[in-house]
Design a protein around this ligand. Sequence first.
Ligand SMILES: *Cc1c(COP(=O)(O)O)cnc(C)c1O
Length: 327
Amino acid sequence: MARVEIHAIEAAGARIAGAVRRTPVERSASLSALAGVPIHLKLEHQQITGAFKLRGATNAILSLSAAEKARGVVAASTGNHGRALAYAAAAAGIRCVVCMSALVPENKLAAIRALGAETRIVGRSQDDAQVEVDRLVADEGLAGIPPFDHPAVIAGQGTLGLEILADVPDSQCVLIPLSGGGLIAGIAAAIKAKNPSVRVVGVSMARGAAMQASLAAGRPVAVEELPTLADSLGGGIGLSNRWTFDMVRAFVDEVVLLSEAEIAAGIRHAYAEEREIVEGGGAVGIAALLAGKVRPSGPTVALLSGRNIAMDLHRRIISGADGLEAT
Ligand SMILES: *Cc1c(COP(=O)(O)O)cnc(C)c1O
C-alpha cells in the first residue's frame, strides 16, 4: 500500500518554507495544571488563511509541473481548503477555480473571490460541484487538488509533525483534529518515523465521525452528515479513499469522540484561558483534555488547527448564551 514517507514530508517543509507561517508553540498554564503534565498548544490557527490547510495546498501547487501550473488548479471546497487553495494559487501566480453549489452562502463566495479565485456555481449539492471539478480536470486539464486524499497535501500537513518534534522534543502524546485524515496522516507519518513511541491521538466530533466509523468497519464507509460546532470536521473520507484511511490505520494510536457540549467548552476555554479565537474543529484537542477523554502521562501537544468561526456563533458560545451545551 502506498504511503507518504518521511523524505516527502521533509521535502515539503523545504518547499513551503517561504510561503507559510512557522506557527508558534506555547505552554498552557491552565491545561498543564489540570492535566498534571506539561501541555503545549501548537497555534496553527494563526496560519495565513486561518487554518493549516495552506500547508498542503501550497505543497501540492508547488509540486506541479510547469505545464500543469500553466493550466491551473480546481477544487470543490468552500471551507478552509478552498480558501487555502485560492490563496496558494494567487501566491504562485496560477489560475484557481473553486466549484460550489448554489446553496453556498454569499459571504463564503465573496471570501473565495476576494482571494483571487474564479468561482463556478453548479447544482444544489457538493456532489454536483464535484461533477464540475471532474469535468474541468477532463476537459480543460486543470489539476484537481482534493482537501485530504492526495500525497502532496498529506506531506504538506505532515510538516506540522516535524515542527512539533523540533519545538517540543520531549513530546509523549499529540492530539490532532481528525476528519478526512490528511492532517493526522501526515503528522503521524512524520512523528512515527522520528520517534515511534510518541502517542498520536485523533479527535473528532461524535456526530458523523467518518474515519472512526471506517476504522471500526475495516473499510471506508459513509456516515450521515449532521450539523456540528466542529463544521470543518464534517464530511466523509471517500468510499474510494486511497491514502489517508490506510495511513491512519497504520499510524494513529487512538481516536476519541466528543459531544457538542464538550466542543463548546473547548472553544470557551481557548478564549477565556488562552486568549485565542479557535473554531470548533480547532478546539477539539483542548476539549478532549478538559473532558478527561485523554489522560496524558507526559508532555503533550494539542494542535489548534483553525480559527475560521463565524463571530456571532463564537460570541454566543463564549457567553454560554443559547443552550449549545445541550445540543
Ligand atoms: C480540514 C480541517 C481539519 C481536518 O483535517 P483532515 O485532514 O480532513 O482530517 C481540522 N481542523 C480544521 C480547522 C480544518 O479545516
